[in-house]
Design a protein around this ligand. Structure first.
Ligand code: FAD
Ligand code: FES
Length: 256
């Protein structure tokens, strides 16, 4: 898939809380096709301490308006700078990067944790448009760590798990009552221990499972090798060969 470098205009900024915000970005002409699970490399403007672009998942796509939305968690210098940007300003993106989710299955479970919720919205939209029934399970330490909630409702049955019990069932996503139901495919993105637990469960039950890894990245295009994962077929670049992998290819990673 061809990669583009484009200046987008920020047309909407939504601040959920001190940690999470979303930026809706306007393409200058026509947005190319984007697979659910692909990501962008964002240039961080005006901060001389942040030289490298930052990888951020594509949270939502509006093809008619040629807009895409990024959901960002503030964790350090780059994401802090992004959080200070305002509507009308410009962001330069390299996109669309990586391989997305297969979108297979008829009865599927989507599990998102923390910032890993981001790619699940576009995925749930694409799957429901194909007639797939989605159970969407979103987890976080507390309700504020699950900033996007209602947006998912048109695309499936939505459930929440929080460690403090402030939203949905109390506990981890893997302890939620819908987690153990019958599915033919599971898609997950979030903290590594969560994805490993989800993948282990899927493999034990013989369910197809795809995980979206969020390894540290630099170039984003397979040149620097700083993002490699120890897959069953050797080292793979998460930015180019992933970020989405079938869990069956990652048994070494799951065991670690
Ligand atoms: C494919 C991919 C998709 C991603 N999608 C999103 C998304 O949709 N929304 C979002 O908020 N974040 C996403 N991330 C994570 C995001 O890229 C990092 O949080 C960001 O690069 C941190 O930049 P920073 O300058 O703010 O932090 P830094 O100052 O660079 O680091 C601050 C802290 O964050 C840690 N950190 C940095 N990068 C990562 C990472 N990739 N994973 C875990 N910890 C990290 C560092 O170890 C450090 O402790 C994604 C990462 C990848 C690889
Ligand atoms: S980030 Fe450079 S090879 Fe993946």
């Amino acid at each position: 898939m061809k990669k583009h470098i484009t200046d987008f205009k920020i047309v909407k900024k939504k601040v959920y809380n001190a940690t999470y915000f979303a930026l809706t970005l306007q393409h200058p002409s026509t947005l190319p096709e984007i697979e659910a699970g692909q990501f962008v490399e964002v240039e961080i403007p005006g901060n001389k301490h942040v030289m490298l672009r930052r990888p951020i998942s594509i949270h939502d796509v509006d093809s008619e308006k040629s807009q895409l939305t990024l959901l960002v968690q503030v964790v350090g210098k780059g994401t802090k700078t992004l959080s200070q940007m305002e509507e009308g300003e410009t962001l330069n993106l390299v996109y669309p990067l990586g391989r997305g989710f297969s979108q297979e299955g008829k009865e599927v479970l989507l599990v998102g944790g923390g910032a890993g919720i981001a790619p699940m919205l576009h995925l749930s939209k694409c799957l429901s448009a194909k007639g797939t029934h989605c159970t969407i399970l979103l987890g976080g330490r507390s309700a504020t760590m699950i900033p996007v909630q209602e947006e998912f409702r048109p695309y499936g049955d939505v459930y929440f798990a929080t460690e403090d019990g402030s939203l949905g069932e109390k506990g981890l996503v893997t302890q939620h009552s819908v987690f153990g139901a019958e599915y033919d495919h599971i898609y997950t993105c979030g903290p590594t221990p969560m994805m490993k637990a989800v993948a282990r469960h899927a493999m034990e039950k013989g369910i197809e499972c795809e995980v979206s890894l969020e390894n540290m990245m630099a170039c984003g295009v397979g040149a620097c090798l700083c993002c490699v994962v120890d897959s069953d077929e050797g080292h793979k670049c998460v930015c180019k060969d992933g970020p989405v992998f079938n869990a069956k290819r990652l048994t070494n990673w799951i065991k670690k």
